[in-house]
Design a protein around this ligand. Structure first.
Ligand code: MRU
Length: 369
């Protein structure tokens, strides 16, 4: 296990054809020598860059529930690898035994977090290769190779959507960014933060105002840490300061990702996204949402059909300020992890296949899904 302190530059060596870098370190990866999955433990950053390893779907479900791994696209890969872990590391007597066991693993993984569609998408894509399998060893190999393919595709997909998103960023922009949508939320690169990184690495000067993103602080803990690695200038702001900065006229764009995008373009994303979008809209600041196609859920008409994860109130109440509790001992709290931003507030939806402008439903056809 490695321990690093903040401001350690990640090793980056591989160049894409356009000259941007891919990170050497991946947020989540399959280790062939031990048939385990290694992930950056996101509960420890920025204090420590630790890894955890999982060897079963139930360990993976726990890592997802406790947010050692998080971010919609990373959850898709975690779900796929979770199935592969049980397929490879379990003893099966018959192919039906394997199918029954993996069905249980799939249910467990899908239930570990309900809102990001990518988790169910990753699990179901891997499970779909099982349908025509009749041999245990063939099924095991097919499942593992599908899960690895999902992880590889994630890097390429994110690189493409980052490039598309970067085309909406102008030299000198100040951008408000919500939650963490960088390499830590995917296998590599990132969605909204990937676009900011792509723009910066291609010579555009940007300044990021990082919403701290209460209560889990993905902004100040994870996004600020990533921006340090990329040497991109930023300031952390409290979530409730966003309106102040938007009103000042200095903020040129708002960028965030998505956990699910409905057929009408409503965006379900980290709690606070709705409030931020309202303030941006009121101040005529463009709101840009960046996500892979796997985050779209065309089976739902609007965002309000999505189940919003309610997390432990302790995440709100358990913080300490100067060593002291931030709420009375017996206080109660309500802690929704996501909210719904209506499509009318979004100026552009950026995917790996291109950019959709309003009206979303009409222009979605341009992606030829
Ligand atoms: O609760 P989290 O940290 O998993 O929530 C993550 C977000 O809401 C991100 O903004 C979203 O997944 C898009 S990241 C590529």
């Amino acid at each position: 296990m490695s321990f690093y302190i903040n401001h350690v530059k990640l090793n980056r060596k591989e160049r894409s054809p356009e000259g941007a870098f891919f990170s050497e370190m991946r947020t989540i990866e399959w280790l062939s020598e031990s048939n385990t999955v290694r992930m950056i433990d996101q509960r420890r950053l920025p204090a420590r860059l630790d890894h955890i390893t999982c060897s079963s779907a139930s360990e993976m479900a726990e890592a997802i529930r406790t947010m050692a791994i998080r971010g919609a696209p990373a959850l898709g890969v975690a779900g796929a690898f979770g199935i592969a872990l049980d397929a490879i590391n379990h003893e099966f007597s018959t192919i039906s035994d394997l199918k029954r066991k993996l069905k249980e693993s799939a249910d467990l993984l899908e239930k570990s977090r309900p809102t990001a569609i990518n988790l169910a998408w990753g699990v179901r894509r891997v499970m779909s290769v099982l349908e025509c399998q009749t041999s245990i060893s063939e099924a095991q190999q097919q499942i593992l190779s599908e899960a690895k393919a999902i992880a590889e595709e994630d890097v390429q997909t994110n690189f493409l959507l980052a490039k598309n998103g970067a085309s909406l960023i102008d030299d000198g922009d100040t951008i408000i960014h919500h939650c963490n949508t960088g390499a830590l939320a995917v296998v590599d690169w990132g969605t909204a933060l990937g676009a900011i990184r792509y723009a910066y690495e291609h010579g555009k000067r940007v300044h990021v105002l990082v919403d701290e993103t209460r209560p889990r602080l993905q902004g100040s803990r994870l996004t600020a840490w990533e921006l340090d690695q990329y040497h991109i200038p930023y300031d952390i702001i409290t979530d409730n300061a966003a309106g102040y900065f938007l009103q000042s006229g200095k903020v040129k764009k708002v960028f965030f990702g998505a956990d699910r995008v409905a057929a009408n373009g409503d965006v379900v994303n980290k709690i606070g996204t709705y409030m931020l979008s309202l303030a941006a809209h009121a101040n005529q600041v463009p709101v840009v949402c960046v996500f892979p196609i796997s985050t779209m859920d065309l089976s739902i008409d609007c965002g309000h059909q999505v189940s919003i994860e309610q997390r432990d109130p302790e995440e709100v109440l358990g913080l300490r300020y100067q060593g002291e509790a931030v709420a009375p001992e017996n206080a109660s709290a309500i802690n929704p992890a996501f909210d719904v931003t209506p499509n009318e507030l979004i100026s552009a939806w950026v995917t790996e296949r291109g950019i959709i402008r309003p009206p979303f439903t009409q222009n979605l056809t341009s992606l030829r899904l």
